[in-house]
Design a protein around this ligand. Sequence first.
Ligand code: NAP
Length: 278
Amino acid sequence: MTNTTNNTILVIGSTGKTGKRVTDLLEKRGIPVRHGSRSADIPFDWDNPQTWAPALAGVDKVYLTYYPDLAAPGSVDAVTKLTELAEYAGVRRLVLLSGRNETEAEKAERVVMASGLEWTIVQCAFFAQNFDEGAWLDEVLAGTLSLPVDQVQEPFVDADDIADVVAAALTDDRHVGRLYELTGPRLLSFRDAVAEIGAAAGRDISFVSVPIADYTAMLTEYGLPQDFIWLLNYLFTEVLGSKAQLADGVQRALGREPKDFADYAREAAATGVWTRSV
Ligand SMILES: NC(=O)c1ccc[n+]([C@@H]2O[C@H](COP(=O)([O-])OP(=O)(O)OC[C@H]3O[C@@H](n4cnc5c(N)ncnc54)[C@H](OP(=O)(O)O)[C@@H]3O)[C@@H](O)[C@H]2O)c1
């Protein structure tokens, strides 16, 4: 038998940017968390559906984050199957992490909304933490971030704000049946964002806009799998900047303003993450 109580929350992606923050917030409040990770005691692996039912057993609520991205082929089938298993296991509530302006993500949202379970949808802009905890960290550390975007503007949202909204949705009935669109308080181009990071870190960091063909060739040279390259191309050409407007999800869910990118950059810089040697 697993060590659960009737208010256990499964956090899928509990080691990820938002999942680890949600886990911390819940555990600080004494709420039992089932860690949803491939390396957890009860492992959860999207690539191994046999792991899904054991991870859901005895769970009351689920923070559902799909990996690599709800925009990836297969995501809707996986979310559908997981939602069915959750219902069968007696799960009461699902909180889904989603993106903005992604067709596949919208299909997955509809699956969760139609499930009959309590639900909250949390649609997010690109995370600020991609620059210090994610895919762009290595290049920022090396001093030049090259991406296939130029003038597009994105209202980067802070993972702490996402986690606050998700933790509220998991613990407060007022958020049931709500869809929150979360952005930061400001639109920034990548050039702006990198300049703010450089200023906060006290380093020269440049941003270089590269043609999509060159970017794809670079990723191929690095040996990234083709489906991952497809996903990145899709995110950069179709999703990023496609909704260059602010949303009020943080304000509606929490009654406060979202964190500004400059505050994110200052806090991240203070950890030394952008000044350590490569
Ligand atoms: N990053 C953004 O800007 C952004 C914006 C909007 C929405 N989203 C959504 O956020 C989600 C992911 O965010 P992220 O890219 O920032 O990643 P992330 O949450 O920081 O990290 C990846 C997490 O996924 C887990 N993971 C990796 N492979 C897995 C697998 N096969 N099965 C189960 N878990 C696996 C990892 O856990 P273990 O390694 O411990 O197993 C880790 O906890 C996606 O659904 C995406 O659509 C992201």
